[in-house]
Ligand binder design. Structure first.
Ligand SMILES: [Zn+2]
Length: 476
C-alpha cells in the first residue's frame, strides 16, 4: 500500500495525422478487463460501410486478439458528458475546444483512485474530428481512388487508449502516435494489453488456509507494482486465493511483532472490496467482512516506506481467520495424493449448535460436531473403495480409524489407516466427531486442520482429497 495516495483525473490522448521503444502504459486500466461503449454515429463511408460497423469491427479486433472485452450498444451518448457512460460521436470541436490542425480524434479517460495500485479507468469518451473526411478501408493509408481517411483504424487506435494503452514507439503498431498503413493490431499492441491486464501472472497465488497462516513479507515477494502495473508502490504483497459457495462472515487478524501489517480483500478481478485502515493497532491489522459466494484474494501487504516508527516494512506475520456461515464450507479444488488429477467434490463443517451455524473458532467447553460430505466422482460410484479422514495437529498427521480414534500416520507402515471401506455411493456423508467437548479430554487449546478423502480398492495408495483443509481452533 502506498503511504500517500495521489489522485489523477483526466487524461487526453490525441491521434494525429502527421515516431521509438514499445507500448507505453501508466497502469490505469478497467477493473475486470471490460468496458461497454455506446456507439450510434451517423454516416456511411464512400466504400459503402457504415461508420457504426467500422467501430464494431474495431471492437472485434481487440476482443478477438486480446483478453480485453469491449461490448457495444447502438445508442448515442454525448461524449462530452461526465455521465459514467462511454460515448463516441463526431463533432467539429472537442467539447467546445478547437481540435488541433492534425488531430483526427481524441479519447478522454476519467480515472478513479484505487486503494491498491494506479487509478482505474471508469469512463472513456471518444470525439472524432468532423472537420476531416472519413472512409472505411483496409490496407495502405493512401490508395488510388479512395477519398478520406480510414475511420476503422482510427477507432482501433482510440479503443486502445480507451482500454488503457498509451502511444507506442513501434511505428508499425496501431498505437503509434500517427496514423499510417497499420490497420490491425500489431504484436506490440497485443503485448501491451497482456502486460497491462496480466499482473496476476507476475505473482505467486498461494492456497488459503481457513485457520492459521504463517509467512513473511520481504524483498523476495511479489510487489504491488508487479501485481497492478505502472504504479510506484514497491511494497511486498502475498496473495491467498479462496472460493466460497455460501455467504460467509469472516474475521481476519494479521499480527506481527515487526511488520506494519495491511490486510485487504479483493474479488476475482482484483477489485479491493475491504481493507483495514489501521487505526491504532500497532503493527497489526484486522478485517471483518461478509462475502457473497465467489472467488476472492486475501492480500497480506505493508507500506512502501516506513510510516510507523514502531513497525518495519518487512518481517514475519501470522493471519488467523475466523469464519461463520449457515452452510458447510465447499472446497473448490480437489487433489490427488500421488500428484495426479483430483476427483470428487468436498464440503465440511464444524458446528456447536446442531448445524444452525458452522465455523472454525470454538470454546473448549463447546460440544462440537464435525461433519463432511463427499460427492464421489461419477466414474467411481458403485465401486469398492474407502474413506480417509486426516487431522493435522501437534506437527503430525493423524488418521481416523474404523473405531473412531485418531492414530498417528506412519508412512513406513505401508497401508493407510482407513475410516471405512465400502461400495462408494454418489454422496458419502461422514460424522467425524459428534458432541465432542474438548475440555472433557483435557484439551483447552488446539489448532487442527482436517481433510477428508476417498480412494478405490483397485489403487489403495491413491487418495482424492480437498486442497484446502477444514480448520478447527479451540481456545478456553
Ligand atoms: Zn493516440
Amino acid at each position: 500500500m502506498k503511504s500517500v495516495q495521489s489522485i489523477a483525473l483526466l487524461l487526453l490522448l490525441a491521434f494525429s495525422s502527421g515516431n521509438a521503444v514499445a507500448f507505453e502504459i501508466d497502469g490505469s486500466k478497467w477493473i475486470g478487463a471490460k468496458a461497454l461503449f455506446y456507439i450510434d454515429i451517423p454516416g456511411t463511408a464512400g466504400t459503402g460501410v457504415s461508420f457504426n460497423s467500422a467501430f464494431a469491427d474495431a471492437i472485434r479486433e481487440w476482443n478477438s486478439k486480446t483478453t480485453f472485452q469491449f461490448s457495444m450498444v447502438q445508442q448515442n451518448k454525448n461524449p462530452c458528458q461526465n455521465d459514467g457512460l462511454n460515448g463516441v460521436d463526431f463533432a467539429t470541436t472537442h467539447c467546445g475546444n478547437a481540435f488541433g490542425s492534425k488531430t483526427l480524434a481524441i479519447a478522454v479517460r476519467r480515472l478513479q483512485s484505487e486503494v491498491l495500485g494506479p487509478p482505474s479507468i471508469v469512463q472513456v469518451d471518444i470525439v472524432v474530428n468532423q472537420n476531416e473526411v472519413f472512409n472505411v478501408y483496409d490496407g495502405r493509408l493512401i490508395q488510388f481512388g479512395i477519398v478520406g481517411l480510414d475511420l476503422k483504424r482510427i477507432a482501433v487506435h482510440e479503443l486502445g487508449h480507451a482500454l488503457g494503452l498509451g502511444h507506442s514507439q513501434v511505428s508499425q503498431s496501431i498505437m503509434a502516435p500517427n496514423i499510417g498503413n497499420q490497420f490491425q493490431l500489431h504484436a506490440d499492441d497485443i503485448a501491451g494489453v497482456a502486460t497491462l491486464y496480466g499482473g496476476l501472472s507476475n505473482c505467486q497465488i498461494r492456497k488459503f488456509n481457513f485457520g492459521l497462516i504463517s509467512n513473511s513479507l520481504d524483498s523476495s515477494d511479489c510487489t504491488v507494482d508487479k501485481l497492478t502495473l505502472g504504479d510506484s508502490d514497491s511494497s511486498p504483497i502475498d496473495l491467498y486465493q479462496f472460493d466460497i459457495a455460501n455467504t460467509t462472515t469472516f474475521n481476519f487478524a494479521m499480527t506481527s511483532a515487526s511488520l506494519d501489517s495491511v490486510l485487504l480483500i479483493a474479488d476475482a478481478d482484483l477489485r479491493v472490496i475491504a481493507f483495514d485502515n489501521k487505526s491504532s493497532k500497532q503493527c497489526n491489522s484486522t478485517l471483518n467482512t461478509t462475502l457473497q459466494p465467489g472467488t476472492y484474494y486475501l492480500l497480506a501487504n505493508t507500506y512502501d516506506r516506513q510510516v510507523n516508527a514502531a513497525c518495519s516494512i518487512t518481517g514475519a506475520y501470522q493471519i488467523k481467520t475466523s469464519f461463520s456461515s449457515n452452510s458447510f464450507l465447499t472446497f473448490a479444488n480437489s487433489e490427488s495424493l500421488t500428484g495426479g488429477p483430483g476427483f470428487g467434490a468436498f464440503s465440511a463443517g464444524i458446528s456447536a449448535n446442531n448445524g444452525v451455524s458452522y465455523g472454525n473458532q470454538f470454546k473448549s467447553t463447546d460440544a462440537i460436531d464435525i461433519r463432511a460430505s463427499i460427492a464421489i466422482d461419477s466414474a467411481h460410484q458403485g465401486k469398492p473403495g474407502f474413506i480417509v479422514v486426516a487431522a493435522m495437529f501437534d506437527g503430525a498427521i493423524h488418521l481416523l480409524n474404523s473405531s473412531g480414534k485418531f492414530v498417528i500416520f506412519d508412512s513406513s507402515a505401508g497401508a493407510l489407516t482407513k475410516t471405512k471401506s465400502k461400495i462408494l455411493s454418489a454422496q458419502e456423508n461422514l460424522e467425524i466427531v459428534t458432541k465432542l467437548i474438548p475440555a472433557s479430554l483435557g484439551i483447552n487449546n488446539i489448532v487442527v486442520d482436517f481433510a477428508v478423502g476417498y480412494g478405490l480398492d483397485t489403487n489403495s495408495n491413491e487418495v482424492y482429497f480437498h486442497s484446502t483443509p477444514l480448520n478447527l481452533t479451540v481456545s478456553p
